[in-house]
Design a protein around this ligand. Structure first.
Ligand SMILES: C[S@@+](CC[C@H](N)C(=O)[O-])C[C@H]1O[C@@H](n2cnc3c(N)ncnc32)[C@H](O)[C@@H]1O
Length: 473
């Protein structure tokens, strides 16, 4: 067992040696099927090791899931691809197992998270720099408040309005102080790392230091009554406009961004130390659309990925802009990027693909109930067809692709995403292997729908499942 595998082996339920032994004689095809039939829930295991806990990310998978397939289906030095890389879970596991991780995404925050999570840093320098940033932010806030407010004059009006709506003035000042201290760093790797710590105090399930209450929801709610940690009222119902339907009668306790930054940094240091112990990390990350991968044909040894849900059930950009506006992205630019996400809701200028029988039937059924929703689902399956076609092209013959996906409900109809992607994968040339089912703990993840499960409802039960679709080229 390599040193890296040794460090993290206790995170897996079966030891790597034990798993290898069980599978030495099986052919690759049998092995893949056996893996897909295994228990893939990974509930109750610790997923917070290495850099996995640096930043929250909706619907990220447990690290044990990609680790399981990577360790069983590839050898050190081989290439593992995640074309919809998200927070880089697959890439972190690839580098821990000494494989080469390749990731693509169109979301700037996803790429930043994945990059930082796979970049080793010297813990001593990180600690020292973090200390300097906190002291500098406190100083800037006290001595240079005017200069800090001036930063906003470079932003577009829409961006300024967005920030003013979602962040209290006291919070804004501290965030500006932190971000300008981070901007002063000359080392690019350190700058990215601290931007991520900064972002992690905003992007949380409960909206972090912003006024949003629930960033996992498609439409975040703005808190109406705001207190500081000592219980002092910062903003009340009389201050906010009553006629805004997006305001709800909920309260929130806001703490100081500088203090939150300090706390998050302390937590993150555990991962920084673990990642520093890895010998070498080889990763390639690019901002590309998964429907057109910048990779050579027959070049990848394994794909492990999880696409977005159908019908934009998790709106990544709606949440991520809360953080990205502080790094110079304008609301206008971010809105343009949002249109390119697989499963988006716009049906203008969509190139619809011909679908296999079963997905076409589901699209038709939903279309009969609601034409727009039917078209949105057709868009999703068309984009997934192009993504699967690219995955098939770049994969080496005889190798596997693992797609982890949840289903959605549209107009009361289950989109049966697992089965539909299996059929679409076959239509682009893959040989379908098997669909594994895993049960997910929605309470523990940033998820779009409600947390309560009604076990008498078949559809509700399915929303607490994920489908692990396995293909061979
Ligand atoms: C379910 S998330 C992946 C989560 C990931 N498995 C993890 O553990 O963090 C899906 C990702 O697909 C990305 N995505 C959506 N449309 C895309 C596209 N057209 N090209 C590349 N990535 C895209 C989203 O930005 C999001 O990061």
């Amino acid at each position: 067992m390599s040193s890296a595998e040794h460090i993290f082996a206790d995170q897996l339920r079966l030891s790597v040696t034990e798993q290898r032994q069980r599978l030495t004689d099986a052919s690759y095809t049998e092995k893949l099927r056996w893996l897909l039939e295994s228990d893939l829930d990974f509930q109750g295991v610790n997923g917070a090791y290495a850099s996995h806990n640096y930043h929250a990310f909706p619907a990220k998978f447990p690290p044990q899931l990609p680790a399981f397939f990577i360790q069983q289906l590839t050898e050190p030095g081989e290439i593992v691809l995640d074309p919809l890389v998200g927070s880089g879970t697959t890439l972190v596991e690839a580098v821990i197992s000494e494989r080469i991780g390749v990731g693509c995404d169109i979301d700037p925050l996803a790429l930043m998270i994945s990059k930082v999570k796979t970049t080793p840093l010297d813990p001593f320098i990180v600690g020292k720099t973090g200390h300097w940033i906190i002291e500098e932010a406190v100083r800037l806030k006290k001595e240079k408040a005017d200069q800090l407010w001036n930063i906003k004059s470079d932003w577009t009006t829409k961006t300024r309005n967005f920030v003013d709506y979602w962040f209290m003035p006291t919070t804004q000042l501290e965030l500006l102080a932190l971000s300008s201290a981070i901007d002063d760093l000359t080392d690019a790797k350190l700058k990215q790392f601290f931007r991520l710590v900064f972002s992690s105090i905003i992007i949380t399930k409960s909206g972090g230091v912003s006024l949003a209450r629930d960033l996992a929801h498609t439409r975040p709610h703005r808190a109406k009554v705001v207190y500081d940690t000592s219980g002092k009222l910062l903003e009340g119902m009389d201050i906010v406009k009553e006629d805004n339907p997006r305001l709800v009668h909920i309260s929130k306790t806001l703490s100081s961004p500088i203090k939150e930054f300090e706390k998050r940094l302390k937590k993150t240091m555990v991962g920084v130390r673990q990642m520093a112990s890895l010998k070498r990390m080889r990763t390639i990350l690019t901002q590309t659309d998964a429907q057109s991968l910048p990779l050579a044909t027959n070049s990848v040894d394994l794909i492990v990925t999880s696409p977005p849900y159908a019908s934009n059930a998790i709106d990544y950009m709606r949440a991520h802009k809360f953080s990205l506006v502080w790094f110079g992205y304008s609301i206008e630019i971010l809105s343009q990027t949002r249109r390119k996400y697989v499963g988006g809701e716009s049906i203008n200028q969509v190139h619809y693909e011909t679908l296999p029988h079963y997905p076409a039937q589901i699209v038709q059924e939903i279309w009969q109930l609601d034409e727009r929703k039917g078209a949105v689902l057709h868009r999703y399956y068309s984009e997934m067809k192009r993504t699967l076609r690219e995955m098939h092209r770049v994969l080496k013959p005889g190798k596997a692709a693992i797609i982890v996906v949840g289903s959605s409900v549209m107009r009361g109809r289950d989109t049966e995403t697992g089965q539909c992607l299996a059929d679409i994968g076959e239509s682009v040339g893959f040989t379908f292997s098997h669909i594994g089912i895993r049960y997910i703990d929605r309470d523990k993840r940033m998820m779009p729908a409600g947390n309560q499960v009604d076990l008498n409802s078949q559809i509700q039960r399915r929303m607490h499942q994920e489908f692990v679709v396995g293909f061979l080229k």
